[in-house]
Design a protein around this ligand. Structure first.
Ligand code: ADP
Length: 479
């Protein structure tokens, strides 16, 4: 029997059954039933968060440390169970699901520590006898809107700093992954958060999310998702003069130079382009390869792709799980058709796959003979699809890498210190990788991009403070 998971509003679990969650590896498997909030519930959640802010923002580091540490410990202790549940609802492999769960525990642990390290500055004023203090305070009610591709890590990297710096939260997760969102909120709630500090409103983006955008009582919004929705968040936030932070798409280049170690380059490309079914905003979707290594690189990738095990996410042997749902699968297939129409050559994969259970299985697809002007090079596909762009030399590779409306991550595979250093300095991306996949980042350092990929301060690490706090400058004349 499926248990109904409810929304958390002002410390109470509320709501009726609204939506069912389907396992993408087996569409006969219903993961659970979830309440679906409407605009009224969204308003109640915002009001509860607003009422809880004064006390929580003054609660001091120990209370916040206790909740965040306890949450980290429980997530870590339950990593296998939570990781499995994540893999079941999103379709990433068991190893990826457990890895992401561990990442969430690490994020809560990191920000638990940060509660004890918050500091300010004190300087003498230019006026004798006057002191100036610069301190940081919570922003207020933070709206957190998250996508489906990292169902637990993205909520964790927003919720943990928001709470650590004394904010209260209205959290709206993506419709496709309510179980992971509910689990993390349940743990935080039982860890001792006062009522109203964290509110969960599962439901439609166009309803619950929109109600958050339209509310004058939401003081900041941290959003990860599509460019289209990001622009709506931006426009609505300007209207209310609220702080906002956007993480959106990517079209990340991986440059492979003639002097690269072939094994390293293939590992980076296969991991970056296809792991997590290519459903990462940091995925390497453009493989920019110089002449002399091009054919060897393409042959080696095809050989590797042929050996990859694509199947049920919950099968321990699986290396690539299914696509998340029917809509995303159609988008992937449409782009594969677009690539062919544009004249790129499909060198590997791209077909639907049948497995024991009905699911959204797609063979990883590799295009060769593509140009950077093609739609498959310019638009984010968000699936296991990558294309190789052949270039003459490093200078052309760098120019092609930067010729994109996005700027989240970039990578280069080379043994040349000169080219690696030049690329790090000149790549127009927020994160640059040398001899590493474009996807896969640490939890204690800044995450974010440039151009159409991101807007606002960086997430994660100590840099997260920039978004989740506001600075106060106080002057005192003691007489
Ligand atoms: P994706 O393509 O990754 O699903 P979306 O931008 O559609 O990207 O979704 C990311 C998050 O934004 C989800 O939680 C979704 O429900 C939410 N969302 C969608 N539309 C709106 C909207 N109009 N206002 C606020 N949030 C929205």
């Amino acid at each position: 029997m499926t248990v109904l998971r409810k929304n958390l509003i002002d410390g109470e679990w509320l709501g009726e059954a609204g939506s069912r969650n389907i396992n993408p590896s087996n569409t006969n498997d219903v993961v659970g039933e979830y309440a679906s909030a409407g605009p009224e519930e969204a308003k109640q959640a915002i009001a509860a968060a607003k009422a809880a802010f004064p006390a929580w923002s003054r609660s001091g580091p120990l209370a916040r440390h206790a909740v965040l540490k306890k949450t980290s410990d429980e997530i870590m202790a339950r990593k296998d169970e939570i990781g499995r549940s994540l893999a079941r609802e999103e379709g990433k492999t068991l190893a990826e699901g457990v890895g992401e769960t561990i990442r969430a525990a690490q994020l809560f642990d990191f920000f638990a520590g940060e509660t004890l390290r918050l500091s300010g500055e004190m300087v003498p004023s230019v006026r004798p006898g006057v002191g100036v203090e610069m301190t940081r305070e919570g922003v207020g009610v933070v709206g957190i809107i998250t996508p489906w591709n990292f169902p637990i890590a993205i909520p964790a990297w927003k919720i943990a700093p928001a709470l650590a710096y004394g904010n209260t939260i209205v959290f709206k997760p993506a419709e496709l992954v309510p179980e992971s969102a509910w689990t993390i909120v349940d743990i935080l709630h039982r860890a001792g958060l006062p009522k109203g500090v964290l509110n969960l409103v599962m439901g439609k983006g166009s309803v619950v999310g929109q109600a958050m955008l339209d509310s004058p009582d939401v003081n900041a919004i941290s959003f990860t998702g599509s460019v289209g929705t990001g622009k709506r968040v931006a426009a609505a936030s300007v209207e209310h003069m609220r702080k906002f932070q956007l993480e959106m798409g990517g079209k990340n280049p991986l440059v492979v130079l003639d002097d690269a170690d072939l094994g390293t380059a293939v590992d980076c490309a296969v991991n970056g382009a296809y792991f997590s079914t290519g459903q990462r905003c940091t995925a390497s979707s453009r493989l920019i390869v110089t002449e002399a290594i091009h054919d060897r690189f393409v042959d080696a990738i095809k050989e590797r792709l042929d050996k990859l095990v694509i199947g049920d996410a919950l099968d321990a042997k699986t290396q690539i799980g299914p696509v998340v749902d029917q809509t995303q699968l159609k988008q992937d297939e449409d782009y594969i058709a677009v690539g062919r129409q544009e004249g790129a050559e499909l060198a590997f994969g791209g077909d639907r796959l049948e497995r024991e259970t009905p699911g959204f299985y797609l063979q990883p697809a590799l295009f060769v003979g593509s140009t950077n002007a093609m739609r498959i090079s310019r638009e984010e596909i968000f699936g296991p699809v990558a294309n190789v762009i052949r270039v003459n030399d490093y200078d052309e590779a760098l120019a092609v890498a930067n010729d994109t409306p996005f700027g989240l991550t970039s990578g280069i595979c080379t043994t040349s210190l000169k080219h690696a250093t030049h690329f790090k300095r000149n790549s127009e991306a927020g994160m640059v990788m040398v001899n590493l996949p474009t996807a896969g980042v640490d939890f204690h350092v800044p995450f974010g991009g440039r151009k159409g990929s991101s807007y606002g301060p960086r997430e994660q690490g100590r840099y997260a403070m920039e978004f989740y706090t506001t600075v106060k400058t106080a002057y005192t004349f003691a007489g």
